[in-house]
Design a protein around this ligand. Structure first.
Ligand code: MD5
Ligand code: FE
Length: 200
């Protein structure tokens, strides 16, 4: 495993997972999932997204960026729920709260190609990822495109902390294994990533 990557399987119990899904339902009602498109080409992502917190990550023909409002509603993003702030304080080892929680929703055939998360200003903060619902096949490589990669299955309740060198490693989601969880009524997978965006 990459240095700085911490894998906490089953960190969230069933009740904590259900509570998070409940908070997300309210948040998604206020800040609906949108389909981002690739810069320049406008090719749609297969993952749908929304955000929580003061800043949210968006992608459109103009580029990738963080912004304080939802691209369709123009409203500020909903707040990050307290249990997620508590998780960040518990596992991040970073002395300031996150500014963004990107919510990725994967339905059956969705995937995410290999990429690095480099739109943030502060790489000294880790990215904390929470998986909910169906199990995903997560792929992680090194800091360079084209290097060796390995896979890790991420199940509901698993938490990954990408700090240190792993913060800038290539990673993606190869596929979601349908029917592996009953947490989400209509199946699929939710991934939450808590991020610090600006330098404190
Ligand atoms: C997901 N999301 O499951 C993944 C998990 C994203 C994204 O990749 O950008 O929304 S987050 C995994 C992650 C973040 C930062 C660094 C590393 C992995 N890493 O070096 O492995 O939807
Ligand atoms: Fe990423």
């Amino acid at each position: 495993m990459q240095p700085g990557l911490r894998y906490l399987p089953g960190h969230l119990g069933a009740e904590a997972q259900r509570q998070l899904v409940g908070s997300l339902r309210g948040a998604v009602a206020a800040a609906p999932l949108f389909t981002p498109v690739m810069p320049r080409t406008g090719r749609p992502f297969t993952v749908r997204m929304t955000n929580l917190g003061p800043l949210g990550w968006v992608s459109d023909r103009a580029g990738y960026r963080y912004q304080s409002t939802h691209p369709d509603t123009g409203q500020p993003w909903p707040a990050i729920p307290d249990p997620l702030l508590g998780l960040w304080r518990q596992v991040s080892g970073y002395p300031h709260d996150p500014e963004a929680c990107l919510v990725n929703f994967y339905s059956g055939g969705a995937r995410m190609g290999l990429h690095r998360d480099e739109d943030e200003e502060d790489f000294s903060a880790p990215v904390v990822s929470v998986s909910l619902g169906d199990t995903a096949v997560f792929r992680i490589g090194g800091p360079e495109r084209g290097g060796k990669t390995e896979t890790l299955k991420l199940a509901s309740g698993d938490v990954l902390v990408m700090g240190g060198a792993s913060r800038l490693c290539y990673h993606g989601i190869d596929r979601v294994l349908s029917g592996t969880s009953t947490l989400l009524k209509d199946g699929g997978r939710i991934n939450l990533t808590l991020r610090r965006v600006t330098k404190p």
